[in-house]
Design a protein around this ligand. Structure first.
Ligand code: NAP
Ligand code: GDP
Length: 317
């Protein structure tokens, strides 16, 4: 059972599982229409209905830097409540494996780089997303407590920034890549310059949703530590936001044609955390040969998907 199965990561897991064509496993993908996971009774009813043996818990209150700054309390409460309900039901029902999802933006702000899995709790997170970060950090604590008290096989993955098809392309509250694709598309239509928020200097590692989906399915089937694992491209693939903006502009220009976008930077807007460089050495010990989709190729797939689905109303925005 995949909670949050209709979002960016859930849709990618579905795409990978459907392509596998494995008829021995039955996968269920939940959306908020199946019940509000903040409500313990709704979560119990979902477990009654599906009786899951394995759970990937993706559902979360998720947003980009600007949504996190505006709604810290909701980011804290929704995530703590959802996670607590899911952990409790998984334990009560004897679920064999639970994989939850953390994020590299929960790491300490003032730290040494690169960050690894042992450093999650070594100092406060960046103030901009503390509601989300502290709620997510508790998942790591819960995994260890449920293991030590009940012997549960619960764990978590730590992805870097994710992007791909079925993302939330909201103009203000989304993450940077979907936000820029949508804004760049509007700028092309209106013949305006393409304004990037902040200086463009912050550094990020991005993982394509399909790559993350493959790695999360591997985690579910083959990774049995309670301690979390970072799922990320290497440190050498960290890019400044300015490069992301140029890649978005290049792909929109190539796919739409017309006058090329002129990229500008609005330094009156926040930059957020400067960097959160994570190392993927643990992942590489397990899967030395895993191939990540090249960034520009993944960007082009995402932009094409956005353009194909925009007019039909298939884009969350
Ligand atoms: P997403 O696209 O925003 O999807 C969120 C999913 O959660 C949707 O299926 C949504 O259902 C469901 N959901 C939200 N609130 C719910 C509630 N109260 N009850 C039931 N379902 C609820 O999220 P995502 O980007 O795929 O994120 C998946 C996981 O990755 C999250 O745990 C997130 O913290 C983590 N993560 C994300 C990023 C990133 O860059 N996106 C980076 C690192 C980690 P509806 O569609 O019905 O609303
Ligand atoms: P973060 O990695 O958790 O900070 O999340 P984001 O995906 O929101 O990335 C934020 C970085 O991208 C910051 O440096 C922002 O200043 C920059 N950025 C530039 N334009 C945008 C935009 O349109 N939306 C968002 N969310 N961030 C933007």
């Amino acid at each position: 059972m995949v909670t949050g199965g209709t979002g960016l990561v859930g849709s990618a897991i579905k795409e990978v599982i459907d392509a596998e064509g494995n008829s021995e496993e039955k996968w269920v993908y939940l959306s908020s229409k199946d019940g509000n996971l903040c409500d313990p009774a709704a979560v119990a009813a979902i477990f009654d209905k599906y009786q899951p043996t394995h759970v990937i818990h993706l559902a979360a209150k998720v947003g980009g830097l600007f949504a996190n700054m505006k709604h810290k309390v909701q980011f804290w409460r929704d995530n703590v409540n959802m996670n607590d309900n899911i952990f409790q039901e998984c334990h009560k029902r004897g679920v064999q494996k639970l994989v939850s999802c953390l994020s590299t933006c929960i790491f300490p702000d003032k730290t040494t780089f690169p960050i690894d899995e042992t450093m999650i709790h070594d100092g406060p997170p960046h103030f901009s997303n503390e509601g989300y970060a502290y709620a997510k950090r508790m998942v790591d604590v819960q995994n260890r407590m449920y293991k030590s008290q009940y012997g549960c096989n619960f764990t978590a993955v730590i992805p870097t920034n994710i992007f791909g098809k079925h993302d939330n392309f909201h103009l203000e509250d989304s993450h940077v890549i979907p936000g820029l694709i949508h804004r760049g598309f509007n700028c092309k239509k209106e013949g305006k310059s393409f304004d990037i928020w902040g200086s463009g200097k912050p550094l990020r590692q991005f993982i394509f949703s399909i790559d993350l989906a493959k790695l999360m399915i591997w985690t579910l089937r083959s990774y049995d530590e309670a301690d979390p694992i970072i799922l990320s491209v290497g440190e050498e693939d960290e890019v400044p936001i300015s490069d992301v903006a140029y890649a978005v502009a290049k792909s929109l220009d190539a796919n739409i044609g017309g006058t090329p976008l002129e990229v500008t930077f609005d330094t009156s807007k926040a930059d957020g955390q400067f960097k959160k460089t994570a190392n993927n050495h643990k992942l590489r010990k397990y899967l030395p040969d895993f191939k990540f989709t090249p960034f520009e190729e993944a960007m082009d797939i995402t932009v094409k998907w956005f353009l194909e689905n925009y007019e039909t109303g298939g884009v969350r925005k």
